[in-house]
Write a protein that binds this ligand. Structure first.
Ligand code: HEC
Ligand code: HEC
Length: 281
């Protein structure tokens, strides 16, 4: 393992607690929605043969919280967003509902395919960008803060109605340049520790880093309710935390760099299930 020396020194990676051999292929939520947590790696990800959801690396108590919506604290965000969904806001006198109807009907396929190329705008959009575009241009309302409570709750609702769908982010077509830019960031070493995402999440997943069982850093579970900060966390907030841990300057939430990184990291999970809102420590 080429990077382990540096990691061992810098961060005390301990032992090879190889990922529990018997990671199940899936689990059920509410005994009805099947969630795939282990799949063959997509062809464009050369560094992995099998992909695993972060769920597989968490302790049993954390895993169980996600298996029943009554125990999943992230569901509060889903409920909040259901209220927001029908609230009329802005000059145009519209609500999400007035254009999109029930989220179960209109939004079920969204989470699995975002970030996604938007032809009219000529750019790759995250769910957050699309939601704010609807707020600004369709509703003539104020945009939400990129990782603010209203926004992360809305992404939780859209994830919830798409739960169990297979992640399928386009790796070719007009978004391919953005994906490539994200891939470059993923493999670029940054910060005083000179670590890339890949050094931890590709080379060392399954190992312990401090008290944490390192996962592949997949984002199929986002937004994630973290027991550590007791709230729903957006993808870009998590990216910032990880970049900061390498003691590097980080990009802003919603920045083109993080949008590209999200598209690439998301595509590394092609084949896993939409799991959000998930529970992690
Ligand atoms: C006035 C009508 C209107 C309102 C109000 C509206 N939208 Fe939209 N929304 C659209 C249209 C039209 C599209 C397709 C736009 C495109 O592809 O560029 C869209 C697309 C979307 C998409 C992407 C769907 C996909 O399949 O890719 C999401 C997510 C979304 N809206 C969320 C919301 C949310 C959340 C709200 C409320 C905060 C909202 N919209 C309010 C008209 C609206
Ligand atoms: C120094 C090691 C290290 C580096 C470098 C690192 N991370 Fe992480 N990351 C962690 C640890 C530790 C966790 C918490 C345990 C886990 O879920 O793997 C984590 C968690 C995550 C998660 C949450 C996964 C989930 O299922 O909730 C994502 C996403 C993530 N990292 C993405 C990234 C990205 C993208 C980069 C590069 C910008 C990166 N990480 C760089 C150590 C690292």
């Amino acid at each position: 393992m080429k990077t382990i020396t540096k990691l061992t020194v810098a961060l005390a990676v301990a032992g090879t607690s190889a990922l529990a051999q018997n990671v199940e292929d899936n689990f059920m939520i509410n005994e009805e929605t099947e969630i795939t947590v282990k799949a063959d790696a997509p062809a464009h990800v050369e560094g992995l043969s099998t992909i695993y959801s972060g769920w597989a690396f968490r302790g049993e108590g954390t895993r169980i919280m996600q298996m029943d919506d009554f125990d999943n604290p992230g569901m509060i965000g889903v409920d909040n967003a259901r209220d927001d969904w029908s609230v009329v806001e802005g000059e145009a006198g519209e609500s999400c509902e007035s254009c999109h109807g029930a989220p179960e009907e209109s939004m079920a396929g969204v989470r699995a395919t975002y970030p996604k190329w938007n032809e009219d705008a000529g750019e790759v959009r995250t769910m957050e960008m699309q939601i704010n575009d609807c707020r600004e241009t369709r509703m003539q309302a104020e945009p939400w803060k990129y990782t603010g409570g209203d926004m992360v709750d809305m992404t939780a609702l859209i994830s919830y109605v798409g739960r169990g769908e297979t992640i399928n982010i386009a790796t070719d077509g007009p978004g391919a340049d953005t994906l490539k830019a994200g891939e470059e960031l993923y493999y670029t070493r940054t910060g005083q520790l000179e670590l890339a995402c890949a050094n931890c999440h590709e080379d060392n997943y399954g190992n312990m880093i401090r008290a944490d069982h390192l996962s592949q850093g997949q984002i199929n579970g986002f937004p994630v309710y973290r027991l550590k900060n007791t709230k729903l966390n957006a993808v870009h907030s998590r990216f910032r935390g990880c970049v900061r841990d390498t003691m590097a300057e980080t990009f802003a939430t919603g920045s083109p760099e993080f949008v590209a990184l999200e598209m690439y990291v998301g595509s590394r999970g092609n084949g896993l299930s939409v799991e959000g809102p998930s529970v992690r420590n």
